[in-house]
Each structure stands twice: as C-alpha cells, then as structure tokens.
Write a protein that binds this ligand. Structure first.
Ligand SMILES: [Zn+2]
Length: 213
C-alpha cells in the first residue's frame, strides 16, 4: 500500500507539473489522492512527509527529465474519483415537488449561495415542480439587507440560468408565520421557552429539556 501511494503520488505530481509549467502543486496532488482514497484523508498527517518529498523530487526535475517521465507513463490507469450517483427523491411525485432557496439578502451573491440555489432549482426542475425564492430578511438589526437585493440576486440567478417561479420576502409574511405558530402551540406540538439564555444553553449541552416543555 505504501509503495502504491508513492507511485500514485509520483504520477499525479508528474501530471500536475506538466500541466502547470513544470511545477506540481502539493495541494492539488493531495486532493487528487484523497479523492480516490478515503483512508488517506484520515491518515494524512502520517503520510504528508512522504508525499511532500515525492512532489519535491518531481519539482526538482528539469524539463527534459519531466517530459521523459511523462511520456513513459500510462495515465489511463490512474484511478479517478468515482462519480457520485445523483440523489433521487424516490418518494417524490412529479409536479408535487416544491423547493425553496432562502438567502438572507444582507450581502451579494456568493459561491455558497450558488451551490444551495442550484441544488434547490435542479430538484424542482427534475420533478417538474416549483422553485421559490424567499428572502429571509427577518433580522434587519444584525443582518441589514442590501439595497436592491431582489434585483441583484435575480441578475446573478439569471446568469446561472435560474428563474424563480415565485418570490417572497419573509418579512411580509410574519402574520402567516405567527398564525401557524399559534396553531402548532395550541395542539401541543411546540412550546414557548422563557428560560435564561445561560440556563437554556447548559440544559442543551446536557441533552435535557427545560421546565417550560
Ligand atoms: Zn425553557
């Protein structure tokens, strides 16, 4: 296994070096290795020295030597990360799926937004469902909304090829949320906790419920 790891490291490093003007990047090599070997991720601290040494040895080769190595290698046999299977919603019925993307509009769109957005949108599309954009703007004191949030988000969504079937601002719907909360409390499925913050936190840490329950 050890020998195999060294061989793989060497191959990935040579490939990465040739693809990046002669120098392999340690991080790129490590992420390749981890992608195909889950155990490695756990033991990385033990192996990192050896991997670094191998990458350095590749980076010390001159161009000619590197090219010779590269040409003598068969990269087709490099293991690739297994394609993850697409998650199926087995229980979902066509046209019944409703997904939502609920950003806090306190800043411009970023990559994390994009990932969550695309997940929600693609699932709705896959099942001919509905995709809702809901701005979670109910905490304006600590998360002050940006100006023209709707326009800014929609422009970026447009760029990603995403269109919302419906758009809401949570702050416009507080009465609806309150009425549902009242209903849930009245049937005993929720309760109001009036404990001090510290006590509540302590009980949570101890995995206990409070007296209000
Ligand atoms: Zn309580």
């Amino acid at each position: 296994m050890k020998q195999k790891l060294n061989e793989l490291t060497f191959k990935y490093a040579v490939k990465n070096a040739v693809e990046h003007s002669g120098k392999a990047e340690l991080k790129a090599v490590i992420s390749k290795l981890m992608a195909i070997d889950k155990e490695l991720a756990k033991n990385l601290s033990k192996e990192i020295k050896e991997i670094t040494k191998t990458v350095e040895s590749v980076n010390s080769m001159d161009k000619k030597e590197l090219e010779e190595k590269f040409n003598s290698m068969d990269f087709n046999e490099l293991p690739e990360r297994k394609q993850k299977e697409e998650m199926q919603l087995d229980w979902a019925e066509k046209e019944q799926v409703v997904t939502r993307y609920a950003p806090n509009p306190n800043g411009p769109f970023h990559l994390g937004n994009a990932r969550a957005l695309l997940n929600s949108f693609e699932y709705a599309k896959k099942y001919n469902g509905k995709f809702i954009l809901r701005f979670d703007d109910t905490d304006p004191k600590t998360k002050k909304p940006i100006k023209n949030a709707e326009q800014i988000f929609k422009e970026d969504m447009n760029w990603l090829g995403v269109k919302a079937d419906e758009t809401f601002f949570a702050s416009d719907r507080m009465e609806i949320y309150y009425s549902f909360m009242k209903k849930v409390i009245s049937i005993g499925k929720a309760y109001v906790c009036s404990c001090e913050k510290e006590k509540w936190k302590q009980l949570i840490d101890e995995n206990k419920g409070c007296e209000c329950r």
